[in-house]
Ligand binder design. Structure first.
Ligand code: PFF
Length: 453
């Protein structure tokens, strides 16, 4: 298998492909609502610290595992140490659980894009619109189905390359547009400047262990870590490309876009709430509530809204494609299925798990797991439980069990001197395992309402 593996061409190819997977709804939809909810500046600070330490080290480890073994995650762990093959399996389960609810949110983006195109922009700007929309049983399902069908068609016909090309052109435009919307809002909206301060100035009194729990879960999600994705990417990476430099670039892309998305949304919601921090917890709907309100205040806001939602859709699609690709290739490999049937199987699972998530605020709002609606449940269980478990096991494995012990560091040093070696070693061996374990225990206790933090 290894000899057949194709590689990314060119230096930038790898970084762009990995960034295409990393940059998605996590940055634009998820990061801002968590930042708003968990104290603004303090969340941002914790997130950035985690990104350049944990994020860096874990991503280096995963890419190196992939490049060293040239195998998919399950094969990679199994070939390195049979006792750790469960990490590959557990990691493989995560995209299966994320893709369905990711597609529900992708469906929300489609709906808003369509609404802006068909002249519904001003009703979408009403505060109650989003709540009313997700409380309908039928419509969110239709948009969810459309999104997942679109993803499946792209994967099935193998036209990802085309989509990736388009999105590579669109990504810089998305960045500029986000920056423009952020600056426009801060300059023109009364109270948004104070909102900007709320977003960038850490208020240490707002710090709690939940800030770290949420920031770390977000980091895994956003950088597509602890689910085998980066191992897969690494397996296609050529030996002469610097792992370390590539990771720095992906990190910069990913955190930069999340930061900008936060700057566009958090100050605005702060202003709309009249600076009342208690009301900042708008949850998963925040982007869909705040952005239409901003667009309404802008000259030409409808056109800007169309452009914006179109680019968010592209970012969401490239991420969903990489999620689906991963699951499809696991089924192909492990269940010895053809590509088509494997694609249909993934689609079936998505429908099964996605429909309850799409109905969580309507027909099935009474059904909860651990006190959460389906969408929040899948989001929580993957980000706060499974990913930390995989991350913890990965740290133990590459820090203590891999043979030779320096295997990862050697792999990284193949193409360029490993400048962050000491940071990597300290994080992977000592700091990360302790922190991840603490976080894991807190989120489990919190989920079962044993403690409240
Ligand atoms: N990192 C993506 C985002 O931030 O939207 C989510 C994601 C995409 C996770 C692809 C995993 C993955 F394979």
């Amino acid at each position: 298998m290894s000899s057949e593996r194709s590689s990314f061409t060119g230096k930038i190819g790898f970084v762009l492909a990995a960034a295409g997977s990393a940059v998605g709804l996590g940055n634009i939809w998820r990061f801002p609502y968590l930042a708003a909810k968990y104290g603004g500046g303090i969340f941002l600070l914790v997130y950035i610290i985690l990104s350049v330490t944990f994020g860096f080290s874990l991503m280096v480890a995963e890419i190196a595992i992939g490049r060293k073994t040239k195998l998919s995650p399950i094969g990679a762990y199994t070939s390195l140490d049979k006792r750790f093959s469960f990490v590959g399996w557990l990691g493989a389960l995560i995209p299966v659980m994320i893709l369905p609810y990711y597609s529900v949110i992708g469906g929300w983006v489609l709906k808003y894009l369509f609404g802006f195109i068909t002249g519904e922009a001003s009703s979408m700007a009403e505060g109650t619109y989003f709540g009313g929309y997700i409380a309908k049983a039928g419509e969110p399902i239709v948009w969810f189905l459309l999104f997942i069908a679109l993803t499946a068609v792209i994967v099935l016909f193998g036209v990802e390359k085309g989509i990736e090309k388009v999105s590579k052109i669109m990504m810089p435009i998305l960045v500029l547009l986000t920056l423009f919307i952020a600056v426009y809002t801060i300059v023109t909206l009364d109270g948004a400047f104070d909102g900007l301060l709320y977003y960038i100035k850490p208020d240490f009194s707002q710090f709690s262990i939940m800030t770290v729990v949420a920031a770390m879960g977000q980091l895994f999600y956003s950088m597509s870590l602890a689910m085998g994705i980066m191992i897969t990417f690494g397996s296609y990476m050529k030996k002469d490309i610097s792992i370390e430099k590539s990771v720095h670039q992906i990190e910069l892309f990913d955190t930069g876009i999340a930061f900008l998305a936060g700057m566009m949304i958090v100050p605005a919601v702060f202003a709309f709430e009249g600076g009342n921090v208690e009301n900042m917890d708008k949850g998963a709907g925040l982007m869909f509530i705040t952005l239409p309100q901003i667009f309404k205040t802008m000259p030409g806001g409808t056109v800007i809204g169309v452009l914006f939602f179109f680019m968010v859709l592209l970012a969401a699609l490239t991420s969903a494609i990489s999620l689906m690709e991963t699951v499809v290739s696991i089924f192909q490999d492990k269940l010895k299925m053809g590509r088509k049937s494997s694609c249909f199987l993934v689609l079936g699972i998505c429908l099964l798990l996605g429909i309850p998530s799409a109905l969580g605020s309507s027909a099935w709002s009474g059904v909860t797991l651990l006190g959460k609606q389906f969408l929040d449940f899948f989001d929580f269980i993957t980000n706060s439980i499974f990913m930390p478990v995989v991350a913890f096991a990965t740290c133990l494995f590459v820090g203590y069990f891999i043979k030779p012990r320096s295997a990862i560091e050697d792999e990284v040093s193949l193409s360029s001197p490993f400048r962050g070696r000491l940071l990597y070693r300290v994080i992977i061996r000592y700091i990360a395992p302790i922190c991840i374990l603490t976080i894991l225990v807190s989120s489990v206790l919190e989920a079962f309402k044993i403690i409240s933090i």
